[in-house]
Design a binder for this molecule. Structure first.
Ligand SMILES: [Ca+2]
Length: 126
């Protein structure tokens, strides 16, 4: 390595999870939607109206485990699809299952709060 500014070893990088042309959720490293972001993508333009189903989600990428401090969800504007709510969970299970401490359903939080700050391992969207 030549002379230059090195990124801190613990620097968190922007990341995407899920696939498709729609952004349904943005999670952030810091409160007030600051720092690096984790972008959730979906082939659907939002979530279904019912909160009794899980439309997307599951275990967050490993680099983003226990990092999230704020989030905002998107979607809707297309018939039958709505802005997504999300639940942020302490632990991940298989598929879209999650467990442990939880906050939600919520559309957005500029500060996820002290109990769940840097604790999220799993997110469900609906
Ligand atoms: Ca739903």
């Amino acid at each position: 390595m030549l002379f230059g500014v090195q990124a801190p070893a613990q620097a968190l990088s922007n990341a995407t999870w899920g696939s498709g042309g729609n952004i349904i959720g943005m999670d952030y490293q810091h409160i007030n939607y600051g720092g690096a972001y984790l972008q959730r993508r979906s082939s659907n333009p939002g979530c279904t109206a019912s909160l009794s189903d899980i439309d997307a989600g599951g275990k967050v990428p490993s680099a983003w485990d226990n990092q999230i401090s704020s989030f905002e969800n998107f979607g809707g504007g297309v018939s039958g699809w709505y802005r997504c709510y999300s639940k942020h969970w302490e632990h991940a299970g298989s598929g879209t299952s999650c467990s442990g401490a939880v906050i939600g359903w919520s559309l957005s939080m500029s500060n996820i709060g002290s109990a769940m700050n840097d604790q999220t391992s799993c997110i469900q969207f609906s």
